[in-house]
Design a protein around this ligand. Structure first.
Ligand code: ATP
Ligand code: MG
Length: 556
């Protein structure tokens, strides 16, 4: 069993009870029903883990169903990306992917049945009148003047709607329920509308399209879904879900609502994510800073870490906000165990070992993983000229400095102890090169009675490979970018440091063979992976080694 299906929750309690009473003969069929109008994000991952996890737990099945009733906003690029993302997370849907549009004929027949039975009518109120007639939360609505048309009249008009005799918005088909219902969703909701648009699956066959609530409940029923799991905002729609299925006397799945995932420092509204892409605030839907599944994949997040995270946050009935640090923690934990180590110098400064022979080269064999011998070893070349990170040298070191400074010694990771003798400066006083001496008796051992205070990473200048390293950080600097802010929008909170580039980085030669998307720990720097899209030596920082945001918050 994957981690997605291990822990019970209030939904599995409902299913356990159904199985005890034999409600569905022990069958469990769930579905994940995305609308193909954008890329999936971390919130969808929670829903995917839940629906597919439950199917797994009960040896049932989960359908992938595209809820494609809004052809104007949907397209095949989104469909393909959704399939890819669900598979990448490690889940398998039952049979072929399904489409609500597969059922348009059946849905049309159901609408005709309602007309015949007097539970649906064609209405000609325009949008503004419709709003007026609907009433408010405090006041009941009014019956439409078209409400008492005969079934024959309604049927003729509905067929004319289908046959393209009317313009968009001229007429709609409404369920005849109760204009005085305290639940506004039951005040004669629209179930069909006219849209003269091409559909990515059904082409130009239809100019009337069913509405979401009508489509969703009946698609669930047609597929024989046993438990239709959705987010809390659909609670008020459940009476309509139940009414539709009861009125038509179909199989009746149970709708169960759970609290959506809200993450701080993140927006998960598809509309806002689309705006970030369309207005060029990020590179694309799969920009590594995006909370999309494709963005997280490019960033180097792993399916196992995302599934662990979704398992840990749990499934509840009340809304809450999860700390982004929890997601990052799950990533670090997974990568710490799995990622090979390597050395990369992001901001290089040259080091010359004055007492090391000019043409000598050595090869150090270093372990790929400190806690896992099975990860094997790699060869790291060493020579007279090295690069270390500029941040690892201070001429006048602060107290407790454990790196290099004038006259002090540090160990080069996997190599010798060196001492800095002189810092060479340019005309502006910037240190441009360090002259150091190495102690040949210190390879892998400390000199007698003495232990250097620190260990720093390095690469051999002659052997290092040039790389572009993109240092990603949280996309928003405000914990609630999405909340109402006085004269500010979420765009005003984009973190200007969400991507900085180390364009002059030098990495150890073994990284030239790094597979795109595979995580490495660059020693002392964080977790990185080679970018999935760009050619050449482009690496993305997946996550830092420690949570620097927690410190910032604690300080302020
Ligand atoms: P839209 O406004 O476009 O409908 P949506 O986020 O609801 O946006 P869907 O494609 O309809 O997108 O979502 C597919 C499924 O994922 C739904 O069942 C929905 O409830 C679930 N889902 C969406 N966002 C979250 C979230 N933040 N947490 C958990 N589940 C979510
Ligand atoms: Mg939705």
């Amino acid at each position: 069993m994957s981690e997605a299906s291990k822990t019970g929750n209030f939904i599995t309690q409902i299913i356990d009870k159904d199985n005890e009473t034999g409600k569905h003969g022990g069958k469990v069929l769930t579905r994940f029903p995305p609308e193909p109008n954008g890329y999936l994000h971390i919130g969808h991952a929670k829903s995917i883990c839940l629906n597919f996890g439950i199917a797994e737990r009960y040896q049932g099945q989960c359908n992938l169903r595209f809820d494609d009733t809004n052809p104007e906003k949907e397209n095949v690029e989104f469909i393909d990306s959704i399939k890819k993302d669900v598979e990448w997370l490690g889940f398998e849907w039952a049979d072929q992917p399904k489409y609500a549009s597969d059922y348009f004929d059946q849905l049309f027949a159901y609408a005709c049945k309602m007309i015949e039975e007097g539970t649906a009518y064609v209405c000609e109120l325009n949008a503004e009148q419709m709003r007026e007639y609907r009433g408010t939360l405090k006041e009941p609505g009014k019956n439409s003047p078209y409400r008492d048309r005969t079934p024959e009249e309604n049927m003729a008009l509905f067929l004319d709607m289908r046959d393209g005799k009317y313009a968009d918005g001229e007429k709609v088909l409404r369920a005849k329920i109760d204009m005085a219902s305290p639940n506004i969703n039951l005040r004669d909701p629209i179930i069909y509308r006219i849209r003269h648009v091409h559909h990515h699956q059904t082409g130009d066959k239809w100019c009337v399209y069913p509405m979401y609530d009508f489509t969703h409940s009946l698609s669930d029923a047609i597929e024989g879904v046993t438990h239709s799991i959705c987010t809390l905002e659909f609670q008020d729609h459940r009476p309509l879900y139940d009414w539709t299925l009861d009125t038509l006397g179909t199989f009746h799945p149970q709708q169960i609502e759970f609290a959506r995932l809200n993450l701080n420092y993140t927006v998960t509204s598809k509309r806002k994510l689309k705006q970030l892409v369309d207005e060029g605030h990020v590179e694309a839907w799969d920009d590594p800073r995006m909370p999309t599944i494709s963005g997280m994949r490019r960033r180097g997040f792993t399916p196992a870490a995302i599934r662990n995270f979704c398992e840990r946050i749990g499934v509840t009935k009340s809304d809450s906000i999860v700390d982004f640090g929890m997601l990052e923690h799950a990533i670090r934990e997974d990568l710490d165990a799995k990622a090979n180590r390597a050395m990369a110098v992001l901001n290089p400064i040259k080091v010359t070992l004055t007492n090391y022979p000019e043409d000598k080269e050595e090869i150090f064999t270093l372990g790929n993983h400190p806690k896992n011998e099975e990860a094997g070893t790699r060869e790291v070349p060493f020579s007279k000229y090295l690069y270390i990170d500029a941040a690892d040298f201070e001429e006048v070191p602060p107290r407790k400095w454990k790196r290099l400074s004038l006259g002090t010694a540090v160990r080069l990771r996997g190599g010798y102890v060196i001492t800095c003798d002189e810092a060479i400066k340019d005309a502006d006083g910037n240190v441009v090169e360090l002259l150091c001496s190495y102690d040949e008796n210190t390879l892998g051992v400390n000199p007698e009675g003495y232990k250097p205070k620190g260990v720093i990473h390095w690469v051999s200048a002659k052997h290092a490979v040039d790389a572009n390293v993109r240092l990603y950080d949280r996309l928003f600097s405000h914990e609630a970018p999405d909340a109402k802010h006085e004269d500010k929008t979420f765009l005003d909170f984009i973190n200007p440091e969400s991507m900085t580039v180390a364009s002059n980085a030098k990495v150890e030669p073994s990284l030239a063979q790094a597979e795109p998307g595979v995580g490495y720990q660059f020693e002392r720097e964080g977790y990185f992976c080679r970018d999935l899209k760009e050619d050449g030596m482009v690496f993305n920082r997946t996550v830092t080694l420690r949570d620097s945001w927690a410190k910032i918050e604690a300080k302020s």
